[in-house]
Design a protein around this ligand. Structure first.
Ligand SMILES: C[C@H](O)[C@H](O)[C@H]1CNC2=NC(N)=NC(=O)C2=N1
Length: 111
């Protein structure tokens, strides 16, 4: 199986399964900078990326947005001076799908 960052999202439907606890634990080993959070009852992956200024954070944000649009899978991104906070989860299943781990790894590859 290729590295997470070499994979692309798969189409997922509202009845797609969330990752299991065992899958989560294994996948998180590839994402040491990310944390698992629960917001509005939905489990998500979160990482804060830091930059020297707003312009660099904005450029990174745009790269992540372009990646998301290309993959048809979209994050929440908070853009601030010197920081971009990225959260990945799958809206239609209200939690984490393997796609979210793939996109987190692809986000790391942009940094
Ligand atoms: C119609 C459109 O493809 C779907 O709504 C996609 C868009 N991007 C998405 N992004 C994320 N993170 N979760 C989704 O369930 C999702 N669904």
């Amino acid at each position: 199986m290729p590295e997470l960052s070499q994979q692309s999202c798969t189409a997922c439907s509202a009845d797609a399964p969330k990752v299991t606890a065992a899958e989560k634990q294994a996948l998180m080993e590839s994402l040491p900078q990310w944390e698992l959070v629960v917001l509005d009852g939905e489990e998500q992956l979160k990482r804060v990326f830091t930059f020297k200024n707003f312009a660099q954070a904005q450029a990174f944000t745009n790269q992540v947005a372009d990646l998301a649009e290309a993959e048809g899978h979209h994050p929440a991104i908070l853009l601030e001076w010197g920081k971009a906070t990225v959260r990945w989860w799958t809206h239609k299943i209200g939690g984490l799908h393997k796609n979210d781990f793939i996109m987190a790894a692809r986000t790391d590859a942009l940094y």
